[in-house]
Design a protein around this ligand. Structure first.
Ligand SMILES: NC(=O)c1ccc[n+]([C@@H]2O[C@H](COP(=O)([O-])OP(=O)(O)OC[C@H]3O[C@@H](n4cnc5c(N)ncnc54)[C@H](O)[C@@H]3O)[C@@H](O)[C@H]2O)c1
Length: 365
C-alpha cells in the first residue's frame, strides 16, 4: 500500500505551567507533530518549557500570547493558562482560524462560554477544530465504563454516582487557584470533568441541580494580599437529567487518605458498573446473574503514554484531537460540552449559596 501523506501539525503552547508541560510532554512523543512556539509571562514556567524541549529544534519562546499569534505559523494552539484568562485568549485564537485545544473549564462563567459559542457560529468555522480539555473521558477505566454502557451491560441507565476523594488543590503560579473569581468556583474548576462525564453517560440534557457544600478544612489559614481563599473543599451535588437519570457528585478535597481518587458507579435497570480509577479496576454485575455476582476486570494502561497526572488520558485526547483535524471532523469534546459542564457547576454553586433547587434554565438563559 502506498504510504499515506500525513501533514505535520505545528503546535503553539500558551501557558507552560503544570498542564502546559503535560501537553508538551505528550506532543513531543507524537508522530507528525512539531512544537514550534511556547508562551508564558512567568520566567520559571518558560524555563521549564525550554528544558522539556531542549532536544527540539527551532522552538520560539514568547512572553505575550499576542506576539506568539502574530509571529508563528502554528496549525494548533493549546491554551493552558489560568481559567479566568481562557475567554480572552480563546477569543483571539478562534479569530485566527487556527485549531485550538482550550483547557477545562472552558471559561469561568456560562456567559463567557456562550460568547465563544457565538463566535464559532459567527465565524462559520467549519474547518476549525475547537476542543475543550475534558480528558477524563479518555482515562482507560472511564472508556471501559462508556463502552460497557454503550453495549448495554447495565441496561437503561438510571443512576450515576461519581466520588472524588482527593488531596487539596495544588499550589499554582501566583496562586490563581485560591479564589473563585479566578477559577469559577471549585464545582466549575475541578468538577466540570465529572459533570461532563455525567452528561455523556446520561446521554441527556441536565434540567436541575441541588447541592450542599462549603469550605470546611482547606486553605483557611492561608493569606494572599491579606485575603483568605474562598474555595469550597467538599460538596454533594445532585443533577437531574431530562430523561429521568439522576447523577450524584461526592467531592471531598481533604481525603488524600483514600485508595482511589475517583470512583464512578452507574446503575441501570439490568445491572451495575463501577470503576476504581486509581486501582484501574472495573466491575460489571448483571442482575440476572443473581445477588452479589459481578465480573472484575483489571484495566491495563500503557505506561508509555502517561506523561503527567492523568493516567495517559491527555495523550489519548491529543490522538483524538489530531484525528479530528486530519479528517475534518467536529471536536469530540466541543464548546457545548464545555458550556454544559461549566453550567452545572455554576448551578451547583448557586444552589449552595441560595439553599434551593436550581433549574438549569436559570443559568443557561
Ligand atoms: N485537564 C485537566 O485535567 C487539567 C488539570 C490541571 C489543570 N488544568 C487546567 O489547565 C490550566 C492551567 O492550569 P495549571 O495547573 O497548568 O496552572 P499553572 O499555574 O501551573 O500554570 C499556568 C501557567 O499559565 C501562565 N499564564 C498566565 N497567564 C498567561 C497568559 N496570559 N499567557 C500565557 N501564559 C499565561 C502562568 O504564568 C503559568 O505558568 C487551567 O485552566 C486548569 O484548570 C486542567
Amino acid at each position: 500500500m502506498p504510504a499515506v501523506d500525513v501533514k505535520i501539525l505545528k503546535y503553539a503552547i500558551v501557558g507552560s505551567g503544570m498542564m502546559g508541560l503535560e501537553h508538551i510532554r505528550n506532543l513531543i512523543e507524537m508522530p507528525n507533530t512539531q512544537i514550534i512556539a511556547v508562551c508564558d509571562p512567568h520566567t520559571p514556567s518558560l524555563e521549564k518549557a525550554r528544558r522539556a524541549l531542549n532536544r527540539v529544534e527551532g522552538v520560539r519562546y514568547f512572553v505575550n500570547y499576542k506576539d506568539l499569534l502574530a509571529n508563528c505559523q502554528a496549525d494548533v494552539v493549546v491554551i493552558a493558562t489560568p481559567n479566568h484568562t481562557h475567554m480572552e485568549i480563546a477569543e483571539e485564537v478562534m479569530r485566527t482560524g487556527k485549531h485550538v485545544l482550550i483547557e477545562k473549564p472552558l471559561c469561568t462563567t456560562v456567559s463567557d462560554c456562550k460568547k465563544l459559542i457565538e463566535l464559532q457560529t459567527d465565524a462559520q468555522s467549519e474547518n476549525q477544530v475547537v476542543w475543550v480539555g475534558l480528558e477524563y473521558r479518555y482515562m482507560a477505566p472511564t472508556r471501559r465504563v462508556l463502552q460497557e454502557i454503550g453495549r448495554g451491560a447495565v441496561g437503561s441507565v438510571k443512576m450515576i454516582s461519581i466520588r472524588e476523594h482527593r488531596y487539596p488543590f495544588l499550589e499554582k503560579v501566583e496562586d490563581w487557584n485560591r479564589f473563585n473569581v479566578n477559577t469559577g468556583g471549585t464545582l466549575v474548576e475541578k468538577c466540570c470533568h465529572f459533570f461532563d462525564l455525567m452528561c455523556l453517560i446520561a446521554n441527556s440534557r441536565p434540567v436541575s441541580v441541588i447541592a450542599s457544600g462549603s469550605q470546611d478544612v482547606n486553605h483557611l489559614n492561608e493569606k494572599y494580599d491579606g485575603k483568605t481563599p474562598d474555595i469550597l473543599d467538599n460538596a454533594f451535588v445532585i443533577v437531574n437529567f431530562e430523561n429521568g437519570v439522576r447523577g450524584l457528585l461526592d467531592l471531598c478535597m481533604f481525603a488524600e487518605a483514600s485508595k482511589n481518587e475517583q470512583e464512578i458507579c452507574v446503575v441501570g435497570d439490568a445491572g451495575k458498573i463501577e470503576a476504581m480509577i486509581s486501582e484501574s479496576i472495573v466491575r460489571v454485575g448483571r442482575r440476572k446473574d443473581g445477588y452479589g455476582s459481578f465480573q472484575e476486570y483489571a484495566i491495563e494502561i500503557d505506561q508509555n503514554i502517561v506523561k503527567g497526572f492523568h493516567h495517559g488520558a491527555s495523550y489519548v485526547e491529543h490522538i483524538q484531537f489530531q484525528h479530528a483535524v486530519h479528517n475534518n471532523f467536529q471536536a469530540e469534546v466541543g464548546l457545548l460540552d464545555g458550556l454544559l459542564s461549566v453550567a452545572i457547576g455554576q448551578a451547583a454553586h448557586l444552589s449552595i449559596d441560595e439553599k434551593r433547587l436550581v433549574q438549569m434554565s436559570e443559568v443557561l438563559s
